[in-house]
Ligand binder design. Structure first.
Ligand SMILES: C[S@@+](CC[C@H](N)C(=O)[O-])C[C@H]1O[C@@H](n2cnc3c(N)ncnc32)[C@H](O)[C@@H]1O
Length: 208
């Protein structure tokens, strides 16, 4: 198995937290495929396609409680917990094999700001509601918005990592956004001039 070398821009993006990011990436490279968390080709681009892609979202987090829906391998949830120890991350994931990994890995990394919740987003009722919710590679915006908006308090935010076709998804989700009282939807492009593959984030406010 070929594991991607740490790219030169990673240390700058993680700052003081780079050692934990290295440990997480090494664990994911070692166990990820065997546990069914990442595909067979992903070890070759773990840093550039996955870990760095996720840490670019860290500056968008508010201090508070942030949910990550469909956390899977911990992308972006564990990466964000590493980069933002001032934020409490609630990782929401229905598959037991994945929640076992998320719990074991956050313990291994010594992360005290992570709670793992096993379940589907639509069956979870956080009390109090969350300040923000992230998601990556879970579903199209038209499905993701109604799934995640009820988890967020009024005035909170949705932050979804999306691919290059996000504008098409946005157009198709118009009705779902209105129904879920979503305000100020926008697409942010992060990492331009810093990383080879930019990260696109759909950001929107949950209305009252
Ligand atoms: C393609 S994986 C992406 C995992 C991770 N976010 C990443 O970027 O690598 C989608 C994940 O969403 C989870 N998922 C699917 N439907 C969900 C739901 N309704 N609520 C919460 N998680 C869900 C799946 O179990 C799976 O772990």
């Amino acid at each position: 198995m070929i594991v991607e070398q740490e790219p030169p821009y990673a240390a700058g993006l993680f700052g003081d937290h780079i050692e934990a990011a290295r440990a997480f990436t090494a664990d994911l490279a070692q166990y990820g495929e065997e546990l069914g968390l990442i595909g067979p080709l992903e070890a070759e681009r773990l840093w550039s396609r996955h870990v760095v892609n996720c840490v670019l979202v860290a500056p968008l987090l508010r201090p508070g409680r942030v949910g990550d829906v469909g956390s899977g391998a911990g992308l972006p949830g564990l990466v964000l917990a590493i980069a933002r120890p001032d934020v409490e991350l609630v990782l929401i994931e229905p598959m037991e094999r994945r929640t076992d990994w998320l719990t074991a890995e956050s313990n291994r990394l010594g992360l005290t700001n992570v709670t793992v919740v096993r379940g589907r987003a639509e069956d979870i009722h956080p009390d109090p509601l969350l300040d923000q919710v992230t998601a990556r590679a879970v579903s199209a915006l038209s499905k993701l918005v109604p799934l995640c908006a009820p988890l967020v308090k009024p005035g909170g935010e949705l932050l979804f990592m999306k691919g290059a076709r996000v504008e098409d998804e946005l157009a198709a989700a118009e009705k779902a956004l209105r129904k879920a009282r979503i305000q100020n939807p926008e697409v942010l492009v992060l990492g331009e001039g810093i990383v080879p593959e930019v990260t696109r984030v759909f950001r929107a406010r949950v209305g009252h």
